[in-house]
Design a protein around this ligand. Structure first.
Ligand code: PAF
Length: 293
């Protein structure tokens, strides 16, 4: 769409616009984010634009969703810079930023007036779900709400959050959301670190050590390639990754798992094409990454 980028705060106003577009047969591409945007987000916006074409609409939501943070995780410290986000969205040719307030998204939460949640009960259990038990309930709830407000034809998510994408895809199928889900590749810094808003928490030394996530993935990939058809025991590879991570003074391994990239089912023997995901605390910052090995 040609014209100045709009910023919409109210879910009702956003839904009104979305209904108008739908009525006019305009395709809508949607990129949900928590803001503090970086080149990884911009690449998702580009995918959305390609999917809907020049006459379509690209909507980016910027909303730090409180329900996906546990009380122990510092929601108030999540990085925010709306002016910069707005600039990046303008440059990326976004048509609408939807940036709602907590009071509109979850009116009366904790006071008994907001009480509806969406829970995916299987794919979200291991890995992130085991480490952050309330996280995916918050993600599926807010994404379902955002879908109902933005009414997208296409929604684009990043592959860095591989399990999140799988959980949302399952929700889309299970609850019959009439949209196409696209998972776009992870954007990386020059040294391989996956782009993430959380990288800004890292001090200089942690930032250097943080490449241990991608180094581990690459090391496992090489090991699996040289092992041939028989593959390697997941337990052996897990110990090797733990040893690599332990070499970095600021790093603490939260988990490393090997699984089928589609079903997320754990594999005992890791062969080429299996998927690997890991979460590592670098100091107080928790980073995740994943890849096909
Ligand atoms: O991946 C994220 O940034 C968030 O989990 C999402 C999908 C925007 C929901 O808050």
């Amino acid at each position: 769409m040609v014209g100045a980028m709009k910023i919409v705060r109210s879910p009702k106003a956003m839904q009104r616009l979305a209904k108008e577009w739908r009525g006019a047969g305009v395709r809508v591409g949607f990129v949900p984010t928590m803001g503090f945007l970086h080149a990884g987000h911009v690449s998702l916006m580009e995918v959305a634009r390609r999917r809907v074409g020049p006459k379509g609409i690209v909507v980016v939501s910027i909303y730090v969703n409180p329900t996906q943070f546990a009380p122990t995780e510092d929601l108030s410290k999540y990085p925010r810079d709306f002016a910069r986000d707005r600039q990046l969205c303008t440059e990326a040719g976004v048509d609408v930023i939807f940036a709602p307030l907590d009071s509109d998204m979850y009116a009366g939460r904790g006071e008994g007036r907001y009480s509806t949640y969406v829970v995916e009960e299987s794919l979200g259990r291991p890995m992130e779900g085991a480490s952050r038990p309330t996280h995916f309930r918050g993600v599926t709830t807010v994404v379902a709400k955002l879908f109902n407000v933005v009414l997208p034809d296409v929604a684009v998510f990043g592959a860095k959050d591989w399990q999140q994408a799988a959980v949302i895809r399952r929700m889309v199928n299970d609850l019959n959301f009439p949209l196409q889900m696209v998972v776009a590749p992870t954007r990386r810094e020059k040294d391989g670190l996956a782009m993430s808003s959380r990288n800004t928490y890292l001090n200089e030394s942690e930032r250097k050590q943080a490449t241990v996530l991608i180094r581990s993935i690459r090391a496992v990939k090489a090991r699996v390639a040289s092992a041939g058809r028989g593959g390697l025991a997941a337990e052996v590879l897990k110990s090797e990754v733990a040893a690599m991570v332990a070499q970095e003074p600021a790093a603490r391994l939260d988990y490393v798992e090997f699984f089928d990239g589609e079903t997320l089912e754990a594999v005992a023997e890791v062969r080429r094409g299996a998927h690997m995901a890991l979460a590592v605390f670098m100091g107080r910052t928790r980073l995740i990454d994943n890849g096909r090995v």
